[in-house]
Design a protein around this ligand. Structure first.
Ligand code: TRP
Ligand code: ZN
Length: 887
C-alpha cells in the first residue's frame, strides 16, 4: 500500500519519486539526531468534505519561525501516500515547492505565512487503518504515531503543538454524528448534508487529532470534577451495542475520580467522548477529548464478556483517560521518548486497577505479562532499552519493553522514594513533573529530573534503566555464622544487540528474613544492589533464616539462587507477601520442569518433586486465609513460554511433555480435593463480587487439572458447566477445556457456541482463539480449517489476532517438529503485509525466538524469516522486524 506510488504535482505531472525506486533499506532514525523544528504552527484549521470513497481535506496552517531553532528557508511537511490537489501560500498559488519522497517541501521567505493545502483521500481503500479510514460504514481516524501525514501534509512530529479547529460536512443520513476533539462550537444543515465545527482549546501534536463520523448512539452521563466542572460523558457505539456500555461508563467515572484522588489530576474540558470501532490496530487511542477504542475494550456484559474482559475494559478505559495528563497535557518531544507517556500511563493504570480490585492478584497478573512477553523480548534479537536509540519504523516500538518494563522502571522510583516513608514522596515527584512541564513536549530525562527534585532521590545511576536493554540477573548466595545472616548479591546485565557491555544498575530488592521456628519475620528491608557485587549482613539470627526476596516484584530482574526445596515449601505456605508466596509456588514447579527436562531426575526424584508440589497445592486449597482469586493464582502452573525462557536452548516438545505429566499428576493425586473445591465454588450464584469471580476462576482452573488427570470425567463436568452457564466466564472456561479433548462433547459445544453467538464478532473472536490455543493434538489442522472459515478475514485485526496470536503462543502447535506452524505464520505475514503492515509485523517476534530454540527447529524458523526477507515488496514495518530477527 505504501509502496511504489507516484506522487504528482498540482498540475498532475509525475514528479521526483518515480526516478528513485522504493529503497529496500528504510533509513534509520537516531535519537541523538534530534533537532527542534524550525517552524511553529500556532493554529491549524481543517475542513473535511466527508465521503467513504472520497474525502476532501482542506488544511489551513498558520506557520511562523521558531526562534529556538536553526533558521531554514523551507518547511518540510510530512506526507504518506497523499495526493496534493492544491497548495496556496498567503492566498497565492504556491509554486515554490518540491516533493521529497512522500514529503512536501515549501520554500518560505518571511516570518509568518498561511499555507492552504488540499488533499483527497479514499477512506474505504485504507486497509492499513492509519489515517482516515472506513469501518462498518463509519469514518474514523488513527493518527498515532505517524498517521496524520496520511490525511494532510503537516509537520507530523510530536513537538509541534497547534490549536485545532475542525469543520466537517457530510451526508446526514450516512453520518448523523460528527465528532472531533474539544467542544462542538457550531453546527448546521444544508439539504441532505450537515456540518459541525469543533474547537480544541488545548494545543496538541498532530498524533492526538481525531475525527469520527457515523451512525452512532451514546450512553451519556456526567462527572463533576474536584473544582466543580460539569463534564458531559458519552460512550458512542453502534445501536445494538448500547446495552453493553454500562461497565465502560462506570470505569470512566471511576478513572476520573481516582486520578483526582491519587495524582491530583483533574479533567480539563466540558466534554469527554469515547467511540468504539471494530477495526482497530491496537487497544485504544487517547485523542484529546475523543478517545477511540477497539470495541473489545468498551463492550462488556456478563453474557458475552468474561471476568478478564471486564477487567481489561476497566484497565484500558483508565489507561486512555490517564493519558489526558500523562501524554496529552505533557506529550513526548520525539518518539524515542514514547515510554515517557506509555510507561508512566501503564503504571498509573496498574495502580488504578490494583485499587479497584485485588491488589496482590493484579500485581501477579502484571508480572506474568512482563515475564511472559517482555522478558523474552529482552533476551532476543528485538531487545531495546525502554528509551530506544534508533528505529526505522516507530510502530515497531510500541512494545512490551516500552510499555511494561517502562512501567516497572517508574514503579522502582516509586519504591525507592516511598519505602519506609510515612508520606507519599513519589507523589511530590509527579506533582513536580506535572507542574514543571505542563503544556510541553518533554523527554524521559525531564521526567527523571522532576522525580529527583520532587522526592530528593539521586537518580544519576538509575538513569541506566533508560539506556541499557536486557533483563538483569541477580545471583544470591546466603550464609550464616554466629548470629549473623549474610547475603552475597551479584548482578549481571546480559549483552543485547548493539550493547555488548553493561554497567551495574541500581536494583531495589525488598527482602524479608523469616525465622524458621515461628514462621515470622521482623520487618522488610530494602536492599539496593548498585554494584556488580555486594554483601549485606543482618544480626540477631541464631539460626539461618529463610530468605524472601524481590517481594512484590520490586525489580524487573531474574533471581538465581540455590534454595533448598524445604525453604521454597516454607515460603509457599507462609510468606506474608502475596507475590513472594506465589513466586515460591511457581519456583517449585519451574524447578521441577527444568530438572525433569534436563534428565537430572530419576523416577524417585520425579516422584519426590511431584509429592512436594502436590502437598503445597493441597495446603493452598485448604488454607482458609486465602480468597479464591489469590488461591487461583497459587494453584496456577507456570505458563510454558515462561518455562521455556529458563533454558538456553529450549526443546518445546520435551517441556510440553514434562508440563502435561505434572499437570496429570496433580489432577490425579488431588482429584478429590479439587472436586470438593469445585463443588463449593459451583454453589455461588453469579455476581461481580470478588468472591464470585474467584469461584469462577477456580472452577475453570480445576477443569484444566481434571482434563489432564481424568479426561472422561472432565468432559462430563465441563459439558455440564457449559450447558448451565449463565455467564461468559463459565461458558468460555468450560469450552476451553472441551476444546482440548477428543470427545463428542467438544464438537457439540463448539457448534452450539458458534450458533449462539454468530452475530457477535467479539465472541466469535473467542471461538477462534479457543481452538487456536488448544492443546488438542490436531490444533494445527483446526487452525488451517478456521483460516478458510467464512467468518475469517484478514481485514479485521481482531479476527486475525484471535486466530494467529494464540496459535503462535501455543507451543505444541506452533513448534510442530516439521515446521508447519512456522510456515503458517510466515505465510500469514506475507499475505497480510500489503494490507496492514503494522499488524503483520507483530507476528514476526515469535519466529525471532529461533536462537533460544533447539537447533533443528531453530533452522526451520530461520528459514521462514529468510523467506519473508526475500520477498520483493515488504513494508518498512515487517522489513525492520525481519532483518533484526535474522541478526
Ligand atoms: N497510544 C495508544 C495507547 O497506548 C497506542 C496506540 C493506539 C497506537 N493506536 C495505535 C500506537 C496505533 C501505534 C499505532 O494508549
Ligand atoms: Zn498508552
Amino acid at each position: 500500500m505504501d509502496i511504489a506510488r507516484t506522487p504528482t504535482t498540482p498540475d498532475g505531472n509525475p514528479h521526483l519519486a518515480d526516478a528513485a525506486p522504493e529503497p529496500q533499506q528504510p533509513p534509520e532514525i537516531l535519537r541523538e539526531d534530534y533537532t527542534p523544528f524550525p517552524w511553529l504552527v500556532p493554529t491549524t484549521h481543517l475542513e473535511f468534505e466527508l465521503g467513504v470513497d472520497t474525502t476532501r481535506v482542506i488544511a489551513t496552517l498558520e506557520v511562523q519561525r521558531n526562534s529556538a531553532a536553526e533558521p531554514s528557508r523551507t518547511i518540510r511537511l510530512n506526507g504518506d501516500g497523499l495526493e496534493l490537489v492544491e497548495l496556496h501560500c498567503d492566498d497565492e498559488d504556491c509554486l515554490a515547492h518540491t516533493l521529497d519522497g512522500d514529503d512536501l517541501i515549501v520554500t518560505l521567505e518571511g516570518e509568518r505565512h498561511t499555507l492552504r493545502i488540499v488533499t483527497e483521500l479514499n477512506p474505504s481503500d485504507n486497509s492499513q487503518l492509519m489515517g482516515l479510514y472506513a469501518s462498518n460504514g463509519m469514518l474514523c481516524t488513527q493518527c498515532e504515531a505517524e498517521g496524520f501525514r496520511r490525511i494532510t501534509f503537516f509537520p507530523d512530529r510530536p513537538d509541534v503543538l497547534s490549536t485545532y479547529t475542525v469543520r466537517m460536512k457530510g451526508p446526514k443520513a450516512q453520518f448523523p454524528i460528527l465528532l472531533s476533539n474539544g467542544n462542538k462550537t457550531d453546527s448546521g444543515e444544508e439539504g441532505e448534508s450537515h456540518w459541525a465545527e469543533w474547537h480544541d482549546p488545548w494545543p496538541k501534536p498532530s498524533y492526538l487529532f481525531a475525527l469520527v463520523a457515523g451512525d452512532l448512539v451514546a450512553r451519556s452521563d456526567r462527572f463533576i470534577t474536584m473544582s466543580g466542572r460539569d463534564v458531559e460523558l458519552n460512550v458512542w457505539v453502534r445501536e445494538g451495542d448500547l446495552p453493553r456500555t454500562e461497565h465502560a461508563m462506570e470505569s470512566l467515572k471511576r478513572s476520573m475520580k481516582w486520578d483526582e484522588e491519587t495524582f491530583g489530576r483533574e479533567y480539563d474540558l466540558d466534554l469527554f467522548n469515547i467511540v468504539a470501532v471494530s477495526d482497530f490496530n491496537m487497544g485504544a487511542m487517547e485523542n484529546k477529548g475523543l478517545n477511540v477504542f477497539n470495541t473489545k475494550y468498551v463492550l462488556a456484559d456478563p453474557e458475552t464478556a468474561t471476568d478478564g474482559d471486564f477487567d481489561a475494559v476497566e484497565g484500558v478505559i483508565g489507561h486512555e483517560y490517564f493519558h489526558n495528563w500523562s501524554g496529552n497535557r505533557i506529550t513526548c518531544r520525539d518518539w524515542f521518548q514514547l515510554s515517557l507517556k506509555e510507561g508512566f500511563t501503564v503504571l498509573r493504570d496498574q495502580l488504578f486497577s490494583q485499587d479497584m480490585g485485588s491488589a496482590p492478584v493484579k500485581r501477579i497478573e502484571d508480572v506474568r505479562i512482563l515475564r511472559g512477553v517482555q522478558f523474552p523480548e529482552d533476551s532476543g534479537p528485538l531487545a531495546h532499552p525502554i528509551r530506544p536509540d534508533s528505529y526505522r519504523e516507530i510502530s515497531n516500538f510500541y512494545t512490551s519493553t516500552v510499555y511494561n518494563k517502562g512501567a516497572e522502571v517508574i514503579r522502582m522510583m516509586r519504591t525507592l522514594a516511598n519505602f519506609g516513608a510515612d508520606e507519599d514522596a513519589f507523589r511530590q515527584g509527579t506533582d513536580t513533573y506535572f507542574d514543571t512541564h505542563d503544556g510541553e513536549a518533554a523527554t524521559c530525562e525531564d521526567f527523571v529530573s522532576s522525580i529527583e527534585r520532587g522526592t530528593g532521590l539521586d537518580l544519576k545511576q538509575f538513569r541506566l534503566w533508560y539506556s541499557q536493554a536486557g533483563t538483569p540477573r541477580v545471583e544470591i548466595a546466603q550464609s550464616h555464622e554466629g548470629n549473623v545472616a549474610a547475603l552475597r548479591l551479584k548482578q549481571h546485565v546480559p549483552a543485547t544487540p548493539g550493547q555488548p557491555d553493561k554497567n551495574p544498575m541500581p536494583i531495589p530488592l525488598r527482602i524479608a528474613l523469616f525465622d524458621r521456628e515461628t514462621g515470622r519475620h521482623w520487618g522488610e528491608h530494602l536492599v539496593v544492589l548498585d554494584t556488580a557485587e555486594k554483601e549485606v549482613r543482618f544480626e540477631g539470627f541464631s539460626q539461618s533464616p529463610v530468605l524472601s526476596i524481590n517481594r512484590g516484584f520490586s525489580a524487573p530482574v531474574t533471581i538465581k539462587r540455590d534454595i533448598a526445596r524445604e525453604d521454597l515449601l516454607f515460603l509457599a505456605a507462609k510468606d506474608d507477601d502475596p507475590f513472594a508466596r506465589y513466586e515460591a509456588m511457581q519456583d517449585l514447579m519451574v524447578d521441577h520442569h527444568v530438572a525433569a527436562v534436563s534428565g537430572n531426575l530419576d523416577d524417585d526424584g520425579i516422584e519426590a518433586g511431584r509429592a512436594d508440589i502436590c502437598a503445597a497445592l493441597s495446603a493452598v486449597i485448604a488454607d482458609d486465609t486465602l480468597d479464591d482469586l489469590m488461591r487461583g493464582e497459587l494453584l496456577s502452573m507456570p505458563n510454558q513460554t515462561y518455562v521455556m525462557e529458563q533454558f538456553d536452548k529450549a526443546d518445546p516438545e520435551r517441556i510440553h511433555e514434562a508440563r502435561e505429566a505434572l499437570k496429570a499428576a496433580i489432577g490425579t493425586r488431588l482429584s478429590s480435593e479439587l472436586h470438593q473445591a469445585y463443588a463449593r465454588a459451583e454453589k455461588l450464584p453469579f455476581s461481580h463480587s470478588a468472591e464470585a469471580k474467584g469461584a469462577r476462576k477456580l472452577k475453570t482452573l480445576i477443569l484444566g487439572y481434571a482434563a489432564a488427570g481424568d479426561p472422561d470425567k472432565a468432559a462430563e463436568l465441563a459439558a455440564h458447566q457449559y450447558e448451565h452457564a449463565d455467564n461468559m466466564t463459565d461458558r468460555q472456561g468450560a469450552l476451553m477445556t472441551l476444546a482440548g479433548l477428543d470427545t463428542v462433547e467438544r464438537t457439540n459445544a463448539l457448534l452450539d457456541f458458534y450458533n449462539r453467538y454468530q452475530d457477535n464478532a467479539l465472541v466469535i473472536d473467542k471461538w477462534f482463539a479457543l481452538q487456536a490455543s488448544s492443546p488438542h493434538p490436531n490444533a494445527i489442522e483446526h487452525v488451517k480449517a478456521l483460516a478458510e472459515h467464512p467468518d475469517f478475514t484478514l481485514k479485521n485485526p481482531n479476527r486475525v489476532r484471535s486466530l494467529y496470536m494464540p496459535f503462535a503462543a501455543n507451543p505444541p502447535a506452533f513448534h510442530s517438529a516439521d515446521g508447519e506452524g512456522y510456515r503458517m505464520i510466515s505465510d500469514l505475514i506475507l499475505e497480510l503485509d500489503p494490507l496492514n503492515p503494522q499488524t503483520a509485523a507483530r507476528f514476526v517476534p515469535p519466529l525471532g525466538r529461533w536462537r533460544r530454540i533447539e537447533p533443528g527447529r531453530a533452522a526451520l524458523m530461520r528459514a521462514e524469516l529468510q523467506r519473508i526477507a526475500d520477498a520483493s515488496k515488504l513494508s518498512r514495518d515487517t522489513y525492520e522486524q525481519v532483518t533484526r530477527s535474522l541478526g
